[in-house]
Design a protein around this ligand. Structure first.
Ligand code: TXA
Ligand code: MG
Length: 419
């Protein structure tokens, strides 16, 4: 599995690993309803799935290496949260800046208590003792699922978390994923797993095993392929240690769901300012300050104005395309990813030069569909169709639209146009 790095005179870095992809069947893994609290192990009916999971679990538990695995949000690149070298290998494989802390994934509240707080034999009514009350409504309703909470790092006498996981912050981020493959991997290794999205840093997050292979081939030993991620954007990161509480990163659960399900404390939840901050500026969520989700092609985000007249929007868009193809002769192959108003537009509607070609795809017709297709569509037109320019039709920033537009604004850097 491990290939010794060949050091030639020219010091060309060769691949570290021959990356293997093992298929797993999420439907063959069954957790009991109580497992989220008591940590009971799943039953796995498919023997290939079980042996792939055991192999991956051994890598996490017994080595410093990393494994990519599906979660309900995006594929994660996992290593032990308790081991500095594993965490170093995550940062290295992704080429991720070291001051951007990682989310720790646990399979149950029982595992959180045992492995992070060294509380071994808690009575059933004490299981939530390490989690502040402000989170109880939300985790009871939304775990397992795409919700990440911040907790205080345990006191140094008992703390086992790698400082590299937390980037030396006083808090750490934790979630229990819903995807059975992810949860089974964490449960079978009985190790809290640090896992950022399994893309090369700055690239769109991966929602298929092939996306991970594209970015990390040769850099990691193993990818578990459990098919497409259902949610398609990362977890919602919230901070309930402050008042008012904060939504630090919009994600798989909407702001509306958090304020509705969280109880009184969350009713006035604030949303972290989504602007991109300067490199040396102190931010609540360090991940905010880096380039993110960016295809190689230039992305132009079309931000819908309040005007809801389809004909007018199509007209404005045609002018934009005309301006682009006349002013920028490098933009030959152009992708158009549509949502509401541009749905149904065809290349024949657009005036272009003879050497222009268009690839037109819909992202979906509602928030959930658009969210699930977003990263795969960006990667598809960028990596497979090799377009020079991508126009993406945005949606209003409510419900799923908040997370979708957050990712798209970053993918587009500052190329945002009202239409
Ligand atoms: O859905 C997800 O959350 C995926 C899957 C794999 O679980 N993981 C993921 O991890 O998106 P990552 O590392 O790409 O994003 C973690 C986010 C970053 O924005 C980071 O800055 C923030 O969580 N974060 C982590 N620890 C934090 C802390 N102690 N305080 C504030 N923000 C934190
Ligand atoms: Mg990421």
């Amino acid at each position: 599995m491990f290939i010794r790095r060949y050091i030639s005179n020219k010091m060309t870095p060769g691949p570290l690993f021959k990356t293997r992809i093992l298929r797993v069947n999420p439907n063959s893994i069954i957790f009991s309803a109580n497992s989220v609290m008591d940590g009971s192990l799943p039953s796995i009916s498919d023997t290939e799935t079980e042996s792939a999971l055991l192999e991956a679990a051994k890598i996490i538990r017994d080595s410093d290496n990393t494994v990519a695995f599906p979660t309900e949000t995006v594929y994660g690149l996992g290593g032990s949260s308790l081991n500095d070298d594993s965490v170093r290998n995550i940062y290295r494989a992704k080429n991720r800046p070291g001051d951007n802390p990682l989310i720790t994934h646990v399979s149950s509240i029982d595992q959180l208590n045992r492995k992070i707080y060294q509380d071994m034999n808690l009575a059933p009514n004490e299981l939530l003792k390490n989690i502040p009350k402000s989170y109880h409504n939300l985790i009871e309703k939304l775990w397992p699922g795409p919700l990440t909470i911040l907790l205080p790092v345990p006191p140094s006498q008992i703390n086992t978390l790698s400082k590299l996981t937390t980037a030396e912050q006083p808090t750490f981020a934790v979630r229990i994923p819903l995807d059975p493959v992810a949860r089974a991997l964490i449960a079978l290794s009985d190790t809290p797993i640090a896992a950022p999205s399994a893309n090369a840093s700055t690239r769109p997050s991966p929602t298929l095993a092939s996306h991970v292979y594209h970015d990390l081939q040769g850099k990691i030993p193993l990818i578990l392929d459990g098919g497409a991620c259902k949610v398609g954007v990362e977890s919602t990161v919230i901070d309930g240690l402050c008042k008012p509480p904060m939504l630090l990163r919009p994600g798989g659960f909407t702001y509306e769901e958090i304020t509705k399900l969280g109880g009184e404390y969350w009713a006035d939840c604030k949303v972290e300012n989504m602007k991109t901050v300067e490199a040396n500026e102190k931010v609540r969520t360090p991940g905010m300050k880096y380039k993110h989700y960016a295809p190689s092609a230039k992305v132009v985000l079309l931000i819908p104005s309040l005007n809801t007249d389809k004909q007018m929007k199509v007209g404005t868009f045609k002018q934009l395309v005309f301006k682009e193809v006349t002013e920028n002769t490098g933009s030959k192959k152009i992708a158009i990813l549509t949502t509401k108003y541009l749905d149904g537009i065809t290349a024949e509607n657009l005036s272009a030069r003879n050497d222009n070609s268009f690839i037109i795809k819909t992202l979906g017709h509602n928030g959930e569909e658009i969210q699930a297709n977003l990263f795969a569509a960006l990667r598809d037109v960028d990596e497979n169709d090799n377009v020079d320019l991508i126009f993406v039709e945005g949606i209003p920033e409510e419900e799923e639209g908040l997370a979708i537009m957050n990712r798209l604004r970053k993918a587009a850097a500052n190329n945002c146009i009202q239409f």
